[in-house]
Design a binder for this molecule. Structure first.
Ligand SMILES: [Cu+2]
Length: 409
């Protein structure tokens, strides 16, 4: 397998988010950055190799340690000229993608609200976003790749939420749920992502999307708080979504706004991707309102700032893996992505903010001017959904159970 991979000439695209300034910051850490200066559609010859994303339950303890260490390095390294660490810059980008866009040059449809969720670009935007994060991790430690959290895997929950990896449930807050009992959550207080161990969030980037107010500086989890208490996600739910042939049904089914049964009947709700955000962060239902209101309690369930919980990357690697699986299973290429009819940024050949050459700018948040916190993107750093349809061209693959077995022979 390895020699096969070596012999394959790979077109690797992508430009490191980490700016030249950030690279000088890293220089003293004896990292060869030349290796990571990939350029879109250039054959990078001897440096070409595919990153292999593994199931989190297959990571060795050394791999877990290296992943956590690389994340924590990104959390502390502040590129020259920036107010934020590289990690916090990534959070700011995610928030930017969820904010109202104005200054939308040359497009009448300037009222786009969401560039990364609730519409077609959900998959391509996050594919590009987490790949850049993975490359930032690799600039710290070239051996690190993003693990994925297969949420149908019963074992994964205990592997992830453990003090030897991403830390456990939050503590200190008790929530009484009528007829169901008392449940605990709150700030994470042990492991590498506890505030006491240096995981302190920027309060201006940890925002309640409903009120615009800050949610503070601590990573907060309410693991398995009802109603998002069932784990694992039923395999048949994911398989049913993967059988949908139409992107405009497959996307909302996997993102988790609807479920579609065998007869094609659509039921709204919170499933697969959305459900897992709630299972980690905790959601409460206000049944007194119509429509029923969901209130996110923890970091993962407040979508704009959710990358502050490091499990975000594992969850979205899995979402991306499932999209890749759907694509490889007869839904490949631009025939299976909407060409037009979507809000700007979501069509096949629309540029996706922030890789749009400065065409759009995010609205300020209630807590300040987000623009001043974002990294600079080069005017030729442009990405459209069509550019990311084939994940192998971005330089990575997923290790599946089947591939693992093949390797043994
Ligand atoms: Cu997102």
């Amino acid at each position: 397998m390895k020699s096969l991979l070596k012999s394959v000439k790979i077109l690797i695209y992508s430009v490191l988010l980490v700016s030249a300034c950030a690279l000088t910051v890293f220089a003293h850490e004896r990292i060869d950055h030349k290796q990571y200066k990939y350029h879109r559609n250039h054959n990078v010859g001897q440096y070409a190799r595919l990153a292999v994303r593994k199931n989190v339950t297959d990571l060795t303890s050394a791999e877990k340690t290296a992943f956590v260490k690389a994340i924590k390095t990104l959390k502390t390294v502040i590129p020259a000229g920036s107010k934020l660490s590289i990690y916090d810059q990534f959070v700011a980008i995610h928030i930017g993608a969820t904010r109202l866009i104005h200054n939308h040059k040359g497009h009448s449809n300037g009222s786009v609200q969401e560039l990364a969720h609730e519409n077609a670009a959900f998959f391509p935007w996050h594919r590009e976003y987490i790949r850049r994060f993975e490359q930032a991790l690799q600039a710290v430690d070239p051996t690190v790749t993003l693990p994925y959290w297969d949420s149908t895997d019963a074992k994964a929950l205990d592997v992830i939420f453990n003090d030897d990896f991403l830390g456990s449930n939050g503590q200190g807050v008790t929530i009484k749920i009528p007829n169901q009992g008392n449940f605990t959550g709150g700030p994470v207080q042990s492991g590498a992502f506890a505030a006491a161990n240096g995981w302190v969030m920027n309060p201006a980037l940890n925002i309640d999307p409903d009120t615009g107010k800050s949610l503070g500086t601590s990573l907060v989890r309410f693991l398995r708080l009802p109603p998002a208490s069932n784990y694992p996600v039923p395999k048949k739910d994911v398989e049913r979504a993967l059988r949908l042939n139409n992107y405009s049904l497959f996307r909302p089914a996997l993102e988790g706004f609807i479920s579609v049964d065998e007869q094609g009947k659509v039921t709204p709700g919170g499933f697969i991707h959305n459900y897992i955000h709630g299972l980690v962060g905790g959601v409460q239902i206000d049944a007194s309102t119509r429509p029923v209101k969901f209130k996110g309690l923890g970091t993962m369930s407040n979508i704009p700032s959710s990358p502050y919980d490091p499990v975000f990357w594992l969850h979205h690697a899995n979402v991306d893996r499932l999209w890749a699986k759907w694509q490889e299973n007869g839904h490949q290429g631009s025939d299976f992505y909407p060409t037009d009819g979507q809000p700007y940024g979501h069509n096949l050949k629309d540029l996706m903010w922030p890789w749009d050459g400065g065409m759009s700018t995010p609205k300020a948040t209630a807590l300040g001017n987000l623009l001043s916190l974002l990294p600079n993107f080069a005017s030729d750093d442009l990405v459209r959904p069509i550019d990311v349809l084939n994940h192998r061209k971005l330089g990575y693959i997923y290790e599946t159970r089947e591939r693992k077995t093949q390797r043994r022979f």
